[in-house]
Design a binder for this molecule. Sequence first.
Ligand code: PMP
Length: 437
Amino acid sequence: MSQVFHRHCHTPLRTAVRGDGVYLYDQDGKAYLDASGGAAVSCLGHSHAGVRAALHKQIDQLAYAHSSFFTTEVAETLATRLTARAPGDLNHVYFLSGGSEAVEAALKLARQYFVERGEPQRSRFIARRQSYHGNTLGALAVGGNAWRRAPFAPLLTHAEHIAPCYAYRDCKPGESLFDYGQRVANELEQCLLTVGPETVIAFVAEPVVGATAGALTAVEGYFKRIREICDRYGVLLILDEVMCGMGRTGTLFAHEQEGIHTDIVTIAKGLGAGYQPIGAMLASDRIYDTIANGSGFFQHGHTYMAHATTMAGSLAVLDALEQEQILARVNPMGEALMTRLRERFGEHPHIGDIRGRGLFQALELVHDRDSKRPFDPRSKLDSRIKSAGMSRGLMCYPMAGTIDGHRGHHILLAPPFIIEESQLDELTDKLYDTVQQ
Ligand code: PMP
């Protein structure tokens, strides 16, 4: 029996021993095509030479210098490079060790901003029912998945949850997508008016919803309306790009495609690309200046923040995305994947929707396409698909989401950006066999 406390206590795991390109290999030498990038992490594949070299070089020179004593050249350069690419005035980067830490820091920064402005009565967040923001207590509180929150409910901060923008399920017959987007965005205003806008810190949302709803993009105009409502009531906007950021949807920051600026954005997974644990929060001038000109001290921190080796690895990730043109592959390869998915699954009786952006795509599973009825959550369809995929040498990311009380299933695909057309064929073939099983 394993002494590692695995999350699923009774599910034996294979042992991963090696990674090469888009494949992982287990102890028997069996190859697995990484169609999910782990959990939308591995954007460069598993053996990127530049990142490996940068990590070796940094670890030989300086592995770690505590961030309260020193900054490092790699941290400064990485921050400069990220802020130069970020929309708006997100000019201040706080480095952390993962996605939940980044979200936690974002929530606390937003709260401290209002405390320093003399508005301590702002003490709650508004988020969306289909969302995942992490597993620490603050991040869990804003996450939309009620069953994840349930055991910890007495420990959680105040958060309200409104509907996400989910056109496939909620757009009414005859309603235009634009009108639907405005209607659902207006739920934010209704919620603010119900709870009192002066009590709200921020609205938190993933620009493209990842794990809980499967590459769910908002319709045009939705996020613009959300931004207007936030501005009207003086509420901050926090965008969580932990999963959809770092080029996954075709632009370095996913919200670039929504035509809005945000007050805070979180990134993580793809920034480390699987080579080092990292998260980051980027904050606007107005937020940073309020703290800097106020107490001058953000009351939040972690031991491994801005860890030198991690910084060097992530700088090399950014180099690879930009200088090796790996980011430029996302849209063409994303289109190639979408074409294949539509060919293979377009008429499939149990595939209700095929959606996504860039190399962030998903199939939504339904009983039948007309009623869109989801499968019973007790069917454990997600774990059955996962193991069916693994036995065929395919890593995909099936999940049971929460659809307004009912639960629906989808399969998330987020392969490394280096994937080739022939490997997309292999992915689609294996996925088809997996779904057919
Ligand atoms: N936010 C989003 C949107 C995520 O997808 C995740 C992880 N799935 C997190 C936050 C939490 O990140 P981590 O698991 O690195 O703590």
